[in-house]
Design a protein around this ligand. Structure first.
Ligand code: WTA
Length: 631
């Protein structure tokens, strides 16, 4: 067996081996890495109790494996290219040697500030090198990083900091995104009014805007780093020590802090990066995601660096200063693998093709997508104009919870079928389930997507709430991991992901739970109740439609819509704003009081054809009113 899959025969052989001799398969893959102590037992897992132990008894350090392991062979090679928001600002190339020095300094600084193994550190940073360095420094000393996307509001930030009792926050004065400057430090200051657990704040200077610094709590990063030593020995971590927490939306108001652990995550992200992108030595790889999401964790930082790759970090947005920005960067660095989201593709496909054709994209070998189903039109545009009909597209399906890519075409191995994520990677056994919890074994069928056997990078728990972890993912189909997605399997056994089957809506590739948005709206003094559903949108994939009922006697003022969106921005962040708001006298409810979202979804989509049986509703008359008032 080999770590590299480059032919159809490799894939078939490896897949079979991974299923039939699972332990041996993963042991061979794991040999690629440096272990300070070998494992005694490869794995000990129980899906029903959501207990996952991989590489039991082993000691390693993922930051060491990302950096130190490569220093003798490729120390001078660029590890990270930082491309700033503004094209006129110079890019920064950080070699593996330099990255080592930066990460060791940061590790020593964290220790000086009283951070140790197991402590939680919140990272609320723009896409600047300090973010990757902080991630790797936390991992190096065994502190658990919790990266919080820098587009979240102060309320969302505070909730996440408190949930994990973070001791420290690393942030920046501000961030540049397109032509906007965002006052990150101000948002942190506001959040910290509610976070007694935070003892210190480190502030990177990026925008050079004026910030308030609280005495004995807030410190500028650069002068402290300057004084820190470049000698640091990576902490020997147990295979199952938590590596990071990353929050994802759930069906209740509280976000779920998914916990990933050290060794299994390391082995799986490295292995999948190498094979899904067919990475070859000296390739330049670019993933346009933000490190605030799982894609950035696994496939900007960890996966690429574990493979000794050169990974690009882009600070800006696709449309600034013009919609040719992505393609300009591809030409500038001769990017070989390009990985982005369908929403970005759709928005760029609407622009003049001259923005693409101006640039030389001939360096591209593999192009990928992630985050939501890609529609056929976007797939064809990507294939023709970016891949020039020669680059395979890898439509990678996975989740925050899965840690790494589970289902994806492999370049030059899998057939190219638009909108299909095709086949599972070795070690992954997807199944489709029917409503009764039975496996659907025949092809050409649709069902709920579950995974049958554990894999190394499955999340270990929800921070502080293992019961919720079991309930959310392991109880709908006992003995299986339930993904929350629906899927189709075609005649050839290939998978197409059809979308969420739960209360999560994916807007521009961001997972949004309906409950936290409804909670935010309901805080408006005039609002009695609300329900959020998704409806199809050309660029965002889905957009949000809010049905809102007002309190008795409350006045529907003209500014109410903007007040509601302002509340959502404040509580969650601008990504969760509603595209449409409809005020109604009531929401369709079952006799037990449950909102029938199915009906609201159909109305929002403009499909009035068949609501099913509405006679069981407590208030069927309201359906007609909502239909007539549709926006
Ligand atoms: C959706 C992102 C279709 C899916 C890595 C999943 C996809 C959710 C694809 C996880 C894809 C992700 N095709 N749908 N290639 N990739 N999804 O946690 O609904 O941000 O459950 O992880 O995105 O989103 P998350």
């Amino acid at each position: 067996m080999s770590y590299h899959i480059r032919t159809k025969e490799d894939y078939d052989k490896n897949y079979l081996h991974s299923v039939e001799r699972k332990n041996q398969f993963w042991e061979e893959i794991a040999k690629e890495f440096t272990w300070f102590q070998p494992w005694k037992k490869l794995m000990d897992c129980n899906m029903r109790e959501a207990k996952f132990n991989w590489f039991q008894g082993a000691k390693t350090n993922i930051s060491f494996n990302c950096i130190d392991r490569h220093l003798n062979s490729i120390g001078d090679q660029t590890a990270i290219i930082f491309e700033p928001n503004l094209p006129s600002e110079k890019a920064i190339h950080i070699s593996y040697n330099e990255l080592h020095q930066k990460v060791c300094k940061m590790a020593n600084l964290l220790i000086d500030m009283g951070i140790g193994k197991g402590d939680r550190v919140a990272l609320y940073l723009p896409m600047i090198p300090e973010l990757a360095v902080s991630v790797l420094a936390c991992a190096r000393i065994g502190a658990i990083h919790s990266v919080i996307f820098a587009g979240f509001s102060s309320g969302a930030l505070a909730a996440r900091i408190n949930d994990a009792s973070c001791k420290m926050v690393i942030t920046a004065d501000g961030s540049f995104r397109g032509n906007k400057t965002i006052d990150l430090k101000g948002i942190v200051d506001e959040a910290l009014l509610e976070c007694p657990c935070v003892e210190s704040v480190l502030v990177a200077e990026r925008t050079m805007t004026q910030v308030r610094m609280k005495n004995n709590r807030d410190f500028f990063l650069a002068p402290l780093l300057e004084k820190a030593s470049t000698n640091h020995e990576a902490v020997k971590m147990d295979a199952e020590d938590p590596l990071f927490i990353l929050y994802t939306s759930g069906s209740t108001g509280k976000p779920k802090g998914m916990v990933h652990s050290t060794a299994g995550y390391m082995v799986y992200t490295a292995y999948t990066f190498n094979n899904v992108f067919a990475y070859e030595k000296n390739d330049i790889y670019w993933c346009t995601a933000d490190i605030g999401w799982i894609t950035g964790h696994s496939y900007i930082v960890y996966g690429p660096l574990l493979n000794g790759a050169t990974t690009i970090m882009f600070e800006g947005v696709p449309s600034y200063p013009n919609p040719g920005r992505f393609w300009e960067i591809v030409e500038k660095f001769k990017v070989n693998q390009f990985y982005t989201a369908p929403t970005a593709i759709r928005s760029l496909a609407k622009e003049s093709i001259d923005y693409v054709n101006k640039y030389d994209l001939s360096s591209l070998k593999v192009i990928g997508t992630v985050g939501e189903p890609i529609n056929e039109e976007a797939w064809q545009w990507y294939h023709k104009n970016i891949g020039k009909e020669k680059c395979p597209i890898v439509d990678t399906w996975w989740q925050t919870e899965t840690g790494g890519i589970l289902i994806s075409p492999l370049p030059h191995i899998s057939p190219q079928i638009p909108t299909f994520a095709t086949n599972p990677l070795p070690g992954i056994e997807p199944v489709l389930m029917d409503e009764n919890g039975l496996e659907l074994n025949e092809n050409n069928t649709v069902g709920k997507l579950c995974i049958k056997e554990p894999w190394p990078s499955i999340a270990r728990t929800i921070w502080g709430d293992h019961k919720r972890y079991i309930e959310t993912y392991f109880s709908a189909f006992p003995g299986y991991y339930f993904t929350g997605d629906g899927a189709k399997r075609n005649d050839n056994g290939m998978y197409r992901i059809t979308g969420r089957v739960d209360d999560v809506i994916i807007v521009s590739g961001h997972n949004l739970g309906t409950a936290p948005i409804e909670d935010a709206i309901n805080e408006h003094p005039n609002v009695a109740e609300s329900a959020i559903v998704g409806f199809p949108h050309d660029i965002k994939g889905n957009a949000l439609y809010g049905f809102v009922t007002l309190k008795e006697g409350a006045e529907k003022a003209v500014q109410l819509e903007s007040e509601i969106n302002a509340l959502i921005s404040e509580k969650i962040g601008p990504i969760a704003k509603l595209d449409r708001i409809q005020f109604t006298s009531g929401l369709p409810k079952t006799r037990s009081g449950k909102i029938m979202r199915r009906i609201l979804r159909k109305i929002a989509e403009g499909d009035f054809s068949n609501f099913g049986d509405i006679s069981t509703l407590l208030n069927p008359e309201v359906v007609e009113e909502i239909k007539n008032g549709k926006k």
